[in-house]
Design a protein around this ligand. Sequence first.
Ligand SMILES: Cc1cc2nc3c(=O)[nH]c(=O)nc-3n(C[C@H](O)[C@H](O)[C@H](O)COP(=O)(O)OP(=O)(O)OC[C@H]3O[C@@H](n4cnc5c(N)ncnc54)[C@H](O)[C@@H]3O)c2cc1C
Length: 483
Amino acid sequence: MAKKKTEKAAATKYKPLTPAIIAEMEKIVGRQYVIHSDAEKLEPFSHDEISEKEYAHMPDCVVRPAAAQEIAEIMKLANREMIAVTPRGAGSGLSGGAVPVFGGIVLLCDRMNKVIEFDKANMTITVEPGLVTNEINEIVRPAGLFYAGYPMSLETCYVGGNVAENAGGGKAVKYGVTARYVLGLEVVTPKGDIVQLGGKLVKDVTGYDLIHLMVGSEGTLGIFTKIILKLMPLPKASVDLLVLFRTPDEAIAAVPEIMTKSGIIPTAIEFMDRLSAHAACKYLNETLDYKDAGAMLLITVDGPDEQQVMQQYEAIGEQCLAAKAIEVYVADNHTTSERVWKVRRNIAEAFKVQSPRQSLEDIVVPIASIPKMVAGLEELSRKHDCQIPCYGHAGDGNLHATPVMNPKWSDQQWHDRLEQILVDMYKLTASLGGTISGEHGIGHKRKKYMPLVCQAAFIDMMRAIKLALDPNCVLNPGKIFDC
Ligand SMILES: Cc1cc2nc3c(=O)[nH]c(=O)nc-3n(C[C@H](O)[C@H](O)[C@H](O)COP(=O)(O)OP(=O)(O)OC[C@H]3O[C@@H](n4cnc5c(N)ncnc54)[C@H](O)[C@@H]3O)c2cc1C
């Protein structure tokens, strides 16, 4: 069994970048694509979208390759010189995954942003990792197709980052998460080989399922340089319901009922408590009419024709009213739908502006346990004298509970108390059969909490896989677990 080392001890094994190594990298990717010795230019790559500064770390250098071959050469150089390499997409991550915790090289994928092939007949699109996710639908929609991956950050994040995090999002209730759509990958291994996995096949059981080992590996097992995604037929009709409830408990209790009693799997069931909706409306200068509501559900239904969608949303609306909803609003055109979804998409940003001292969490429980989870969060909020607004993908059991610093506390008090709040929150999640991340990943933000939800043998198994592929541990070290 590999011995666990502390980050400090492991840090000593990575070597500093010398002028000769920088010159070698400039030769590989071109001088203008290597950033070094300029703190102002390097700083944006020292963090992702986590607001807490303690998770940031400066890189020594940022390289911007344009091809798999260049990345392969960088990985060979990194192994030869013992330098840490951290792959980075758009930096919209929420677990510190793209943060170079041991310095070294940040490998930025922004120049690899092309669509390689749109294959309408096979319903696939082959892209480079630096393509902004939303662009896929712009390209395939005119052909009557769509890509079902829908993280709320889709206007900024990259496809490579989505694959590395196995991103979920707003359509996962019906369509599932990113992994379901990844048919093929080209991967540069930590040792610098270029490997093709899968292809355009819908079925493939030839050997181990390495694609699904790579998906969600958070940039620790390989760097994706080509991604083949499955597309779906574009639904011809779609309607959103904004459903108001008096209390979060009532809204949350309605979620499993909607699916079991109406017999319909909606495309999305998003939950926002009053604090979250209010923060996003204020941030956007929006005025959603949420009256006396203590919480709301945003439910999407899509399908092949308007009549079927109407039948479904009427059935769901009735079910919500039976589950104590106080109002059901129907958004059946793009402008109104976009208004309510914009509020939902901007909650995280709104909280960040409101208070930088907060911790956006990503807990997930079996859907039938969501009411107990929400009640438990309310209890934790009282126990720790700290607001914990809550929103998220309720239909998946995935809640972004967000402890926000009590303004009476000092930064040190916040730091100390947050630790206890998170331990309590994660223990409660585990006791309900849940875990600490549904879509944002572990990165280095949640690494120390892994033993609360994972058996030691599970962590050892992951470490063994990591060391088999990356014996020097040069690719994104310090993430998920120590190696
Ligand atoms: C406002 C907001 C809303 C969000 N909503 C959602 C949501 O609904 N669902 C969701 O799942 N996430 C969400 N996120 C989190 C984030 O957008 C996702 O995790 C996204 O997938 C990260 O993509 P990125 O390109 O920004 O990756 P980065 O943050 O740059 O990197 C994330 C991880 O991917 C690795 N990586 C990046 N590129 C590659 C590559 N080519 N090969 C191998 N590894 C690579 C990095 O090393 C890192 O570990 C949200 C974030 C914000 C700020």
